[in-house]
Design a protein around this ligand. Structure first.
Ligand code: GSH
Length: 208
């Protein structure tokens, strides 16, 4: 498998999952803010042929090309069932996993991405700095809702480490880096999961 990614962006969750799964892979760093003439740029036509939005991550496995991080997490989990990244659980437990993943993407991550878009990702003329306060407000609301979704045990779902834990930990890492107010227990959740050997190995890959 080949994973195209950029540092601690959303591609990191896929890199981490590959390390948890013990799958052989090649990691190809992509540059997001260079122009199309740069062969490593996400705007280069060769990369755009794989990922039409010029975003990361992209996973290539033979003829299969995937460009959504959560689809990639599911694929990695299915390729390595013994990893437990997708739990061997009841229908109801699986539904809770899907719920948590949808919540992280639709509610918890959105304010972070709003801030990112209005800080650096959008063309300057479309950036609205007042969005920062709105993002902070929405993140706090999502944190309150999360209290009701998490059982308070060690893992998000099924008493074992799954792709939902990777998503939660990476999203809190993102929130901390973007200076959102992250309650201590979620900062601890981030620290605990980032201390896993697979997360540390993934971190060394992006630091190379
Ligand atoms: N829904 C996509 C979002 C991918 C995405 O927006 N990636 C960001 C980095 S975290 C990106 O490549 N942004 C480039 C840009 O906006 O120009 C996923 O989860 O994979």
């Amino acid at each position: 498998m080949k994973l195209f990614g950029m540092q601690q962006s959303r591609s990191f969750r896929c890199l981490w999952a590959l390390e948890e799964a013990g799958i052989e892979y090649e990691y190809i760093p992509v540059k997001l803010r260079t122009d199309s003439g740069d062969p490593d740029s996400a705007k280069n036509p060769r990369y755009l042929a794989l990922n039409v939005q010029g975003k990361v991550p992209t996973l290539v496995d033979g003829d299969l090309v995937l460009t959504e991080s959560v689809a990639i997490l599911h694929y990695i989990g299915r390729c390595a069932p013994e990893s437990g990244l997708l739990p061997n659980a009841s229908m109801a437990m699986y539904a809770k996993l899907d719920e948590m993943i949808a919540f992280v993407l639709a509610e918890l991550e959105q304010p972070l991405w709003s801030k990112g878009k209005h800080m650096f990702a959008l063309p300057e003329e479309h950036r609205i700095p007042q969005m920062f306060d709105t993002a902070k407000f929405e993140f706090a609301k999502a944190i309150n809702a999360l209290e009701h979704l998490l059982s308070g045990e060690e893992y998000a779902i099924a008493n074992s480490f799954t792709i939902a834990d990777i998503l939660l930990a990476q999203t809190f890492n993102w929130a901390i880096r973007f200076e959102f107010d992250v309650p201590e227990k979620y900062a601890e959740l981030r620290d605990r999961h980032y201390a896993r050997p697979a997360a540390k190995r993934a971190m060394t890959v992006i630091e190379e």
